[in-house]
Write a protein that binds this ligand. Structure first.
Ligand code: DER
Length: 195
């Protein structure tokens, strides 16, 4: 099983939570692209009806439109039934690092507006503690600022608050206490974790 196979497996498992009539947050990234593809297929086969998607990036918007998934926005639907998205890191408490795909602000807005947030990952994303990968924490800043700072992630909430206090920072890639379900695809099979 390649990593791509695992991403596809996790994505299809998450789409099983999608029911006709739902308003769905559509995340961004290679794993979620499989979920969007599957939703499009089920719509075309008539197995899913009356789905409305809220995209989190231009990339996802284009993919959804090409598949014929009707799209809307948060103004029209301030509360969503379900969001499906990938992550860069997932810890044991379902805290996430996201945003290395470059779409974290819209993702956080959409995923913060949904009743259920299903995260889909292959096993390589599972970490003991956020920041464990040593990769930089994504932050969304006001455009054209050449803002740069290093931040050790000790206490997640402290790090979260202190980063947001830096003028020019709009949002960061720590999604604390937001995911309700994590779907982990591993070579040993699919692991489903509900909060
Ligand atoms: O940038 C993002 O938030 C993406 O969702 C990222 O976290 C996961 O992308 P991937 O599914 O391509 O690994």
């Amino acid at each position: 099983l390649t990593q791509e196979d695992l991403k596809r497996l996790a994505a299809y498992k998450a789409v099983a939570f999608v029911e006709s009539g739902m308003v769905i947050g559509l995340g961004t990234g290679s794993t979620t692209a499989f979920a969007v593809e599957q939703i499009g297929q089920l719509l075309q086969q008539g197995k899913l009806k009356n789905i409305v998607g809220i995209s989190t990036s231009k990339k996802t918007q284009e993919q959804a439109l090409a598949l014929g998934i009707p799209l809307s926005d948060l103004n029209t639907y301030p509360v969503l039934d379900l969001a499906i998205d990938g992550a860069d890191e997932v810890d044991s408490k379902f805290n996430l690092v996201k945003g290395r795909g470059g779409s974290l602000l819209r993702e956080k807005m959409v995923e913060g507006a949904c009743l259920k947030f299903v995260v889909i990952v292959d096993e390589s994303k599972i970490v003991e503690n956020l920041g464990a990968s040593g990769l930089p924490m994504p932050v969304e800043i006001v455009p054209f600022l050449d803002l740069y700072f290093e931040k050790e992630i000790g206490d997640l909430n402290f790090a979260s608050d202190s980063i947001l206090r830096i003028a020019g920072v709009v949002e960061h890639g720590m999604f604390i206490d937001m995911a309700t379900t994590v779907v982990i695809a591993s070579v040993a099979g699919i692991i489903l974790k509900h909060k």
